[in-house]
Design a protein. Structure first.
Length: 128
């Protein structure tokens, strides 16, 4: 199961990167929390591994804003687990992956996708 939420306050990962939202991805073996450095980011900039959901919630539950968690569908086959929308490496389905190039599913059709690096946008103070 995957759920995302905005943070109440920005989370500074280092001197330049600020996280505005997170996604928790609960798997059978463990739980991942993906960190997004822009409010509208589709791809994560960082991730954290936890042995279980309870451990992830212990660290993050008090940090999310009042709107709470928003459930989203699990990813399609060959798609990036950390992406809010269906995104996959271009050519991966044909066993010819073009690393660094992506496709996004829009209106039932896979189209080229290019996202500005999450680390280069939204360096401003947290505004909602």
């Amino acid at each position: 199961m995957r759920q995302w939420a905005y943070l109440r306050e920005p989370y500074y990962t280092n001197q330049k990167d600020i996280v505005y939202k997170i996604m928790r991805h609960e798997l059978k073996e463990h739980t991942l929390v993906y960190l997004y450095c822009a409010r509208d980011a589709v791809m994560s900039s960082y991730d954290h591994w936890y042995p279980d959901l309870e451990s992830a919630l212990e660290e993050w539950e008090s940090e999310i804003d009042s709107a709470g968690w928003h459930r989203i569908d699990d990813t399609f086959p060959n798609c990036q687990d950390d992406c809010i929308e269906p995104v996959r490496v271009k050519g991966r389905v044909e066993n010819n992956p073009q690393w660094g190039k992506y496709e996004i599913l829009k209106d039932g059709v896979w189209v080229d996708y290019m996202e500005i690096s999450n680390r280069s946008i939204n360096r401003q103070r947290y505004n909602d």
